[in-house]
Design a protein around this ligand. Structure first.
Ligand code: ADP
Ligand code: ZN
Length: 742
């Protein structure tokens, strides 16, 4: 199937070495030419090779000719030779196509995309080996069989090679006993790679009996596994409807296909201890896990096992999309609406959108699951590109919570407090019934602003155009954009008066203060990215909450993510209007999704849940939709507004972000771009305008926004525009296709 990839590669001879294209994980525009020495016999497109590159040795991938313009840039005698091949299976054709596709779509260099595939340098080196021991010559009459030695022989009797440490622990002897037996040939040594293989999922296990609604959805997904080809689904089910159980059925079906691998993309992987437990219960093994925080040894083990096909199930953050799957057979994007799927650094891509492309190229089914699907996905379903599977009921006896609002104009909290009297009463009643409360406030720290009462000075970050946030638990001021921290000053930096600085506005730490003052006997936990620092501590905290060890949970958006807390019956949204301020295209959609998700934590078991939204704007369409439960009309309205303005997904947006330390140069670059802006029908360019955060880490940021009224690809127009424009020194220019927040 790969022969066409080699249309110009003949067999090399010493006098006539052939050329190969090698794509390197560096931000160049395309693959480079190398010569293939006669010593390297067979080479495939996708083979991993070592090549010299300006004095370094770099691992790259042999790239097919078909995707390259026909040009010989250098004569043979100017080219370097491929040094050696790497003992790993070649990249499959669908991965090569994926790299090319992502590069063409995002306008990032192919090498920058390949770098995401080769994100584990250790995996490209031979795996270290370690001594393992098996039974050797045990009939040597010269050797005494002590009781310790006998225990060791009992352990190795099964023929499985084990390390000295492993045998010593099992036999309860010292490692020296094992080594001594090896020197006496009573044990034989075998050198095996240190990486342990992945255990295969048990496909004979079965899940729970599905409800009829779940069964209908599972049936459609299972059937798609056996129909060869791409098949996208939207699994749109209310919180607690059993979406996970349903797509587990899809995974189980896909794993019946010999060699098939499955990928589950989740937002913020560190938070999924509950998901992993459920997976293990269902499939008998732990999946391979991939995200930015796993250690090097485990990274290597996973990368290689995905490449060899040994790892059948991978659950990971967005970067897992770029792993070298041997035979990808099924993809799930869980919580597909989650904003963390958009990568905002390096290659700017949306993992949900790229997952659709990956599935298309791998010709496999894809499930986008959410209780609050994105407008993009809803429109795709409505227009028939995705098959929608809808589940409206919570599993079992659980019902959706009752939603109420508290008009903060009529029911104001006491001065310096944030909970209205009604909510306080509800919390009291819930605690008296020995049920749990969750208070949602999407603001980390103690207070978002520190202000001088005397002169009005606001404490700002020295390198960003942002206020510093007080973190009282840590006794410091923090910038949430660059990580700058400083001590809380005693006196105002401007007027030098003491005891004049005041904290303005609420953060979760301040809410904590109020809660422990009002409910002194309650056990209270603050759940934010500041307190959930490692997967282990996070897992422990979540388990403790689930077991009922906490009465009141105070949390940021982190607590909205898919957790199942059976004892939780009351959710209080402290500031329902918070996300609605600011002019972002997706502000309404995103706030709606977040509030539905946090509400969805209430009443997931037998006891009915209640949700209270504290708001100053109960008539706002988002709040009104939440209260009436009529999300459909809200989403319809959102869609029709976008359609009438040709906003995504009906039209398209592209942002060009300009940044640099010199504001004058940044503005000049903006003007240069404005001067060459495309003047085509249906295309409009606005800017340059300061980005919402104009200065970050000392860099000034301005933006140009291109709006296209049609859905047609805009990449050609944008790259031509940027190419034509004058380049100003010291200004970084990044293109963001389908920008997420602006
Ligand atoms: P969602 O992902 O839609 O929020 P989950 O898959 O987490 O829903 O299901 C919610 C709860 O109901 C989980 O504890 C799950 O194990 C349970 N559940 C869902 N469907 C079934 C079923 N058919 N049988 C037994 N338990 C189920
Ligand atoms: Zn800063």
């Amino acid at each position: 199937a790969q022969s066409h990839l080699f249309d110009r590669q003949e067999k090399a001879t010493a006098s006539n070495p052939c050329r190969v294209k090698v794509l390197l994980p560096v931000p160049f525009s395309g693959p480079l030419d190398y010569l293939l020495p006669a010593t390297i016999g067979e080479l495939h497109a996708g083979s991993l090779v070592k090549v010299p590159l300006s004095g370094r040795i770099v691992v790259g991938v042999v790239w097919p000719f078909k995707n390259q313009p026909e040009q010989k840039t250098l004569p043979d005698n100017k080219l370097k030779y491929v040094l050696e091949t790497i003992d790993l299976l070649p990249f499959p054709e669908d991965l090569i196509e994926f790299v090319d596709w992502v590069s063409a779509y995002t306008l990032a260099p192919q090498g920058a995309v390949l770098k995401m595939c080769l994100s584990c340098p250790q995996a490209l080196e031979p795996v270290p080996v370690k001594h393992h021991y098996i039974a050797g010559n045990i009939d040597d009459p010269a050797q005494r069989i002590t009781s310790g030695r006998e225990k060791v022989l009992n352990i190795v009797a099964d023929g499985i090679p084990r390390t000295a440490a492993d045998i010593a622990a099992k036999a309860a002897v010292g490692e020296s006993v094992v080594r001594a037996m090896a020197t006496k040939a009573m044990l034989s040594v075998v050198d095996l790679p240190v990486d342990s293989p992945f255990r295969q999922p048990d496909i004979t296990l079965t899940g729970p009996v599905l409800s009829s609604e779940q069964e209908v959805a599972a049936l459609a997904i299972r059937a798609a596994v056996w129909v060869q080809g791409f098949k996208p689904f939207l699994l749109d089910g209310v919180t607690g409807s059993g979406k996970t159980e349903v797509y587990f059925e899809g995974l189980a079906e896909a794993l019946q296909v010999p060699g098939a691998q499955v990928l589950v993309l989740v937002p913020e992987i560190a938070l999924t201890s509950q998901w992993l437990e459920r997976f293990e219960d269902r499939f008998g093994v732990a999946p391979a896990i991939w995200h930015s925080d796993i250690g090097t040894a485990e990274r290597r083990r996973v990368w290689r096992a995905v490449s060899s096909g040994d790892a059948r199930v991978v659950v990971g953050a967005r970067s897992a999309l770029f792993l070298p799957f041997r035979q990808l057979g099924f993809i799930v994007v869980d919580e597909e609406h989650d904003p963390s799927f958009k990568q905002e650094e390096g290659v700017l891509y949306h993992a949900r959108d790229m997952a659709v492309v990956r599935a298309k190229l791998a010709a496999c089914p894809l499930v986008l699951a959410s209780a609050t699907p994105s407008i993009e996905t809803l429109v795709n379903a409505k227009e028939g590109r995705y098959e929608a599977l809808i589940m409206r009921e919570r599993h079992g006896s659980a019902v959706l919570p009752e939603m109420k609002f508290i008009d903060m104009r009529a029911e104001p909290p006491e001065a310096g407090m944030w909970l209205s009297p009604i909510l306080v009463k509800e919390i009291e009643a819930t605690l008296a019934a020995r049920e749990q409360v969750m208070l949602f406030l999407n603001r980390r720290g103690y207070a978002p602003l520190t202000l001088c009462r005397t002169c009005g000075h606001r404490i700002e970050c020295p390198s960003c155009s942002a206020w510093l946030v007080e973190h009282r638990f840590k006794r410091e001021l923090q910038c949430h954009h660059c990580g700058h921290t400083e001590e809380i000053p005693k006196a105002c930096p401007t007027c030098k008066k003491e005891e004049t600085l005041v904290a303005c506005g609420p953060g979760v730490e301040r809410l904590f203060e109020e809660v422990i003052a009002r409910f002194p006997t309650a056990k209270v936990s603050v759940v934010t990215s500041d307190t959930m620092t490692s997967p282990t501590s996070t897992g422990q905290m979540i388990a403790q909450i689930a077991e009922g060890g906490v009465d009141i949970i105070i949390g940021t958006q982190i607590v909205t993510k898919g957790y199942h807390f059976p004892g939780l019956t009351l959710v209080g949204v402290v500031d329902a209007d918070l996300g609605l301020r600011g002019g972002d295209l997706r502000a309404g959609e995103r706030t709606f999704q977040q509030l539905v998700q946090v509400s969805g934590r209430a009443g997931r078991a037998e006891k009915k849940g209640r949700v209270y939204l504290q708001t100053y704007e109960p008539e706002h369409p988002v709040v009104a939709a939440l209260l009436s439960g009529d999300s459909e009309s809200f989403l319809e309205l959102e869609q029709s507004i976008r359609q009438s303005h040709a906003m995504p997904p009906y039209g398209r947006l592209v942002a060009i972000i300009l940044s640099g330390p010199d504001i004058g140069a940044v503005i000049e670059q903006g003007r240069a771009l404005a001067a060459t802006a495309p003047a085509e029908d249906g295309i409009a360019v606005v800017g340059p305008a300061p980005a919402p955060l104009t200065r970050v880490r000392g860099q000034y940021r301005f933006r140009m926004l291109l709006h296209s009224r049609s859905r047609d690809k805009v990449q050609g127009i944008v790259s031509e525009w940027v190419r034509r424009s004058k380049k100003i020194k010291g200004v970084r220019l990044r293109v963001d296709i389908d920008p997420y927040s602006f």
